[in-house]
Each structure stands twice: as structure tokens, then as C-alpha cells.
Design a protein around this ligand. Structure first.
Ligand SMILES: N[C@@H](CCC(=O)N[C@@H](CS)C(=O)NCC(=O)O)C(=O)O
Length: 239
């Protein structure tokens, strides 16, 4: 009981006074990978508490009437070179998959999002590593992360045991998991999301929305922290 009280106190103290940030994200979005890694690096440098919230980008697009930028031919051409430049800037091992159209428009991200949602519900301490493993799988190795074997491999990379992965697989089919994914997607839309990444800074209880991996200098200004580029510490782990 005493240990429990001590741990509770430690958790409360460690999050006390921290600026609250939500990252609404879909691993189907390569730009979101850059934002995710940057926020994870800054967790150790800024006085922030980041909550990871997997959401379905297709649901956001449907609700807002937005569409994937790759559907505008000139944007698709632009993104092809811009993503490569950004990958160097953010030091993320992005590699364009062979058929991004099939990946985004045909296969989508319902399955990987349910996988991440189930992990968040059952083993939240593995969510960050599992999200990273899925981005590496889809947007670095060109793997199909809608396939159970690829999900299992990503889960193992994230430190989940075979037994835990079986529970996750089962949990993915539960209504509660589907409802949670929808709830986070709806929450993002209510905050005003129209794409991924959507970063919400809760400024004295008032949500401020930032869209994109290119908003960090502005986010830093608004939260009163210093932007020191995408790698605030040269000892930050390299992917
Ligand atoms: N300028 C943003 C672009 C982010 C972006 O294009 N995200 C896509 C998904 S990969 C999206 O949701 N776009 C919606 C929109 O541009 O309206 C960045 O650098 O991160």
C-alpha cells in the first residue's frame, strides 16, 4: 500500500505543471512520423507531457471533406521530393514505398490503427515503440502493415511478448477498441483537425491546434519553450 502511494505521488509530481500536448496521428501519414519523432525527442527537453492518440486519417478526411494531398497530381510530385528532404532534416529513415497509392488509397490504416489502439488500451507503455515500429515497417521497409505477420513483427520489435500479441490480436476485434479509435478520431475533428499530424496544446484548458511537422518553431513560441531544431540533443537516439 505504501509502495502504491509512493508511486502515485511520483507520477503526480512528474506530470505536475507540465504543458499538456496531444498528438493525434495516423501511421499512414509519413509527415506525421517526422512530427512524432521530434515530439518524442523534445519530451526530454521541454516541460511537456505528450499523450499519443492514434486516429483514423480517412475518418478525418471523410468528416471534413478533405482528401489525401497525393490525389492532387502536382502535390504528389512535390511530396515525392519534399518527403526525402524532410527525412534528411528530421533524421528519419524514410523511404518511399513502391506503390504509395495502393498503400494509402486501397489498403488504408484501419488495421494498424486498431492494433495501436489495442496496445494503448492493454499495454500503453509499448505504444510509442509500436508506433515507431509500424512507421519503419511501412515507410522505411515498404512492408504491408495491414498484414498480421507484419503487425506481429512490429509488436515484437516494440518489446511485446507472443502472449501479449495474442491478447492484442483478440482485443483488436472488440467493440471497445473500435469505439476508442472512433472516439479519438472524433475528438480530433472536434478540435478542428483536417489532417495528420494534428498537435493540440492545451493552453490553460483552451485547445490550440497545430497542423504539420513544420509547425514546431511556432509551437515552441506558443508554449514558451526553445526550438533547437529537429534534434535537440546530438545524443538523441538515432533510428
Ligand atoms: N506541411 C505539413 C504537411 C503534412 C501533410 O501533408 N499531412 C497529410 C497526411 S501525410 C495531410 O493530412 N494533409 C491534409 C492537408 O494537407 O490538408 C508537414 O510538413 O508536416
Amino acid at each position: 500500500m505504501e509502495i502504491f502511494a509512493k508511486r502515485l505521488m511520483a507520477t503526480a509530481t512528474s506530470t505536475l505543471g507540465k504543458k499538456k500536448i496531444d498528438l493525434f496521428y495516423d501511421v499512414l501519414s509519413p509527415y506525421t512520423w517526422f512530427a512524432f519523432e521530434t515530439l518524442m525527442r523534445y519530451k526530454n527537453h521541454w516541460n511537456i507531457e505528450v499523450t499519443l492518440k492514434p486516429m483514423l486519417l480517412a475518418g478525418v478526411n471523410q468528416a471534413t471533406g478533405n482528401k489525401p494531398p497525393g490525389l492532387v497530381p502536382n502535390k504528389a510530385i512535390y511530396m515525392n521530393s519534399d518527403l526525402a528532404r524532410c527525412a534528411t532534416y528530421f533524421n528519419v529513415p524514410f523511404k518511399m514505398p513502391e506503390d504509395p497509392f495502393e498503400m494509402i488509397m486501397v489498403k488504408g490504416s484501419l488495421i494498424p490503427n486498431r492494433f495501436l489502439t489495442a496496445i494503448d488500451m492493454l499495454y500503453p507503455e509499448h505504444l510509442e515503440a509500436a508506433s515507431r515500429a509500424l512507421w519503419i515497417s511501412g515507410w522505411s521497409r515498404g512492408e504491408d502493415f495491414t498484414q498480421p505477420a507484419i503487425l506481429a513483427k512490429a509488436g515484437q520489435t516494440a518489446g511485446l511478448s507472443k502472449d501479449q500479441l495474442l491478447k492484442i490480436q483478440e482485443h483488436m476485434t472488440h467493440q471497445a477498441t473500435k469505439d476508442r479509435l472512433r472516439a479519438y478520431t472524433d475528438q480530433a475533428i472536434q478540435y478542428g483537425a483536417f489532417g495528420s499530424p494534428t498537435i493540440i496544446y492545451h493552453k490553460n484548458g483552451s485547445p490550440q491546434l497545430f497542423f504539420g511537422s513544420d509547425r514546431f518553431p511556432i509551437l515552441a513560441q506558443e508554449i514558451g519553450e526553445e526550438w533547437r531544431g529537429p534534434q535537440p540533443n546530438s545524443t538523441d537516439s538515432k533510428l
